[in-house]
Design a protein around this ligand. Structure first.
Ligand code: KIV
Ligand code: NA
Length: 263
């Protein structure tokens, strides 16, 4: 029985940290699931990491569904969360229900995530009322990059109050958890203490109820850039490149294939 939204709330009550990592394919899902994460997020970050787009804006429902199907095939225990792509929910409650419902029906995922606080509260409530569990996402919202002109820290100064309002709105609308992206640790602490649903931080400090990172960032596979909040637990990009260089060298020199790898 995979991890449920009720387990998320229980973990917060017990003070047990929640772990979430992204995956976009079967193999990665198997690795993070078997290692024991609570949830796998099929992030729209796949647009940049797996598809080479410059932002998450171009990602479509079709692309998200294609990748999420593969992730669901690779998981045993973790909850699978489908990240709703740009324009799949901002156009209104009806579109949001149809698209999120499609995600659940076609992929076998367990929940969806949408970006936005106060302005998305009505949509979150409608989704939950339709039987679709929702994870919120406030603070830095990458789908709004063109409004803010970049991926800067959010929640400083005057903006602090607004983000606290967003957190309250998302909880009251019925979300089972909320991602806090790139806000000061002290603000994340205040929000975490205020809410009864768990906060899942990324670049939001240590006081959150859980943490999420992009898998390809934390294993060192995505090397285009590294935000300050990313900790690299391995350098798999470097390892893979060295392996490929070795292969090229051995094929050219005639060392591979040897007897051991021939019939
Ligand atoms: O798309 C994504 O990977 C995300 C997480 C970083 C929270 O939204
Ligand atoms: Na995302």
């Amino acid at each position: 029985m995979p991890v449920t939204t009720a387990d998320f709330i229980e973990k917060k009550k017990r003070g047990e940290k929640i772990t979430v990592l992204t995956a976009y394919d079967y193999l990665t899902a198997k690795i993070v699931d078997s290692a024991g994460v609570d949830a796998i997020l099929v992030g729209d970050s796949l647009g940049m990491v797996a598809l080479g787009y410059k932002s998450t804006i171009p990602v479509t429902m079709e692309e998200m569904i294609h990748h999420t199907k593969a992730v669901v095939r690779g998981r045993k225990n973790a909850m699978v969360i489908f990240d709703m792509p740009f324009l799949s929910y901002q156009t209104g409650v009806r579109d949001a229900i149809l698209n999120a419902g499609r995600a659940l029906k076609e992929t076998g995922c367990d929940a969806v995530k949408i970006e936005g606080g106060v302005e998305q509260a009505e949509t979150i409530r409608a989704l939950v009322n339709s039987g679709i569990p929702v994870m919120g996402h406030i603070g830095l919202q990458p789908q709004s990059v063109n409004v803010y002109g970049g991926y800067k820290l959010r929640g400083k100064g005057e903006e602090r109050k607004r983000i606290i309002e967003d957190a309250k709105a998302v909880e009251e609308a019925g979300a089972f958890a909320v991602v806090l992206e790139k806000i000061p640790a002290e603000l994340a602490r205040e929000i975490t203490e205020m809410l009864s649903i768990p906060t899942i931080g990324i670049g939001a400090g240590k006081y959150c109820d859980g943490q999420v990172l992009v898998f390809h960032d934390m294993v060192g596979l995505f090397e285009d850039f590294k935000p300050k909040f990313v900790k690299r637990y391995a350098e798999l990009g470097k390892l893979a490149r060295e392996a490929v260089e070795k292969f090229i060298e051995e094929v050219k020199s005639g060392k591979f294939p040897d007897e051991e790898h021939s019939y």
